[in-house]
Design a protein around this ligand. Structure first.
Ligand code: SF4
Ligand code: SF4
Length: 97
């Protein structure tokens, strides 16, 4: 027996499923409260390549001057920045709450 096909029409945010509709709120939700480890930048090791900025899924890294500044209000501690850094200038440390 063939499964029936359904056409899904999405004409705007009101038609989106709840999870997708909530994505926009990531800008206002302070996802830093999810974190149990935090990235720490070691400026002396940073070459300013901006790869951490490029790969951060939460857009919470700014390259301000020569090295990255992390916005801990939004950093959820995923560790992608530390993983991608070519000079090991970012280390992940246990979050002290
Ligand atoms: S730990 Fe994750 S969320 Fe935090 S700055 Fe690094 S890449 Fe971004
Ligand atoms: S990826 Fe590493 S070396 Fe590149 S800017 Fe970020 S901290 Fe500096």
């Amino acid at each position: 027996m063939m499964a029936e096909k359904y056409e899904i029409k999405i004409s705007g945010a009101k038609d989106m499923p709840p999870m997708a509709a909530s994505l926009g709120k990531m800008l206002v939700n302070k996802t830093g409260s999810w974190r149990n480890i935090r990235p720490l930048v070691i400026p002396e090791k940073c070459n300013g390549c901006s790869l951490c900025w490029k790969f951060c899924p939460d857009f919470c890294i700014n390259i301000d001057g020569d090295y990255p500044i992390i916005n801990y209000d939004y950093c959820k501690g995923c560790g992608v920045c530390a993983h991608e850094c070519p000079t090991e200038a970012i280390v992940m440390e246990e979050e002290i709450k």
